[in-house]
Design a protein around this ligand. Structure first.
Ligand SMILES: Nc1ncnc2c1ncn2[C@@H]1O[C@H](COP(=O)(O)OP(=O)(O)O)[C@@H](O)[C@H]1O
Ligand SMILES: [Mg+2]
Length: 281
């Protein structure tokens, strides 16, 4: 029973071995309000997980908790068997809030390098190892021709690739990508998705990828994690994106339509994507 592993789960539902991330009855709050309440779920090492849910359902909050930036109110999170460690090299993170970046008066290379945290001997940014690592990450996202240009001259899609390069520094085992498709046209969306998929498969990397719309990710996701109403449902696309599971999760009547291999989630007066997922960047 994968779907609707949520509130009220008294026993640990998943084995420890082979899991990249475990949530054991985790409650997370922001600004004094509970965002996720007693969520239990396990993500296996090497899985590509699409994370969905209406605006404000806690997708970004969840990623921040996995990074150790937000301690749970109760319950336990384990990342590769350990409590989340702030600044851990095992996780690469592409944050959602990035509108202010374009004003930085630096070139692309320096921007990627600014996320390199030095190695454990505390060598400075310009260490040879740091430069090699930055070059490797830039090559991985095929941004070699972009990085001499000022950040302010890059398009949204180009900037997104540099952000992805930042997330790849240090060869993380886990990639936490918060809305990487936002502000991209469909062509670049596909480019980012296949790039992440290639990286995931090549390195057996675990990916959590938040998005508004499951459709662009249907061919690459192993499983989905849906958030809503302070709860979570995890499982295969066909088991979770259903009238029954989403209606229970959102505590309102939801209809899931399949139109030409596309999924349209309809709630009340219209598609959930159009209504509840309107976004602020
Ligand atoms: N820094 C913050 N202070 C207080 N509340 C916050 C903060 N960040 C997010 N929240 C609230 O937490 C809830 C979850 O937000 P978030 O994780 O950003 O949702 P999502 O990423 O799914 O859109 C929302 O109600 C949001 O208003
Ligand atoms: Mg968010």
């Amino acid at each position: 029973m994968d779907a609707l592993a949520a509130r009220g789960n008294r026993s640990r539902a998943y084995p420890l071995a082979g899991n990249a991330i475990e949530f054991d009855r985790v409650t997370l709050a922001r600004g004094g309000r509970v965002v996720l309440d007693g969520v239990s779920a396990a993500i296996r090492a090497g899985e590509f997980i699409g994370v969905f849910g209406p605006n404000g359902s806690g997708k970004s909050t969840l990623l921040r908790a996995i990074l150790g930036l937000l301690p749970p109110l109760s319950g336990a999170i384990r990342v590769f068997g350990d409590p989340p460690a702030r600044g851990s090299r095992s996780a690469g993170y592409l944050p959602q809030q990035r509108a202010a970046l374009v004003d930085l008066p630096i070139c692309g290379w320096d921007f990627v390098a600014s996320a390199w945290r030095g190695d454990r001997w505390g060598l400075p940014l310009v260490s040879r190892r740091g430069r090699e690592e930055v070059a490797r990450a830039i090559a991985r996202v095929e941004a070699q021709t972009l990085v001499q240009r000022p950040l302010s001259q890059l398009s949204g899609g180009e900037l997104q690739r540099l952000l992805l390069a930042q997330a790849l520094l240090g060869e993380p085992r886990l990639l936490l990508l918060d809305e990487p498709l936002i502000s991209l046209d469909p062509h670049f969306q596909q480019a980012v998705i296949s790039l992440v998929r290639d990286i995931q498969l090549a390195g057996e990397i675990t990916v959590l990828f938040t998005a508004h719309d499951p459709n662009p990710l249907l061919g690459v996701m192993d499983r989905v994690l849906y958030l809503g109403n302070r709860r979570a449902a995890i499982g295969m696309v066909d088991d979770v994106i259903t009238d029954q599971v989403l209606s229970r999760l959102y505590a309102m009547p939801i209809e899931v339509l399949r139109i030409n291999d596309r999924i349209v989630v309809v709630a009340g007066h219209g598609p959930v994507e159009a209504e509840a997922h309107r976004h602020d960047v």
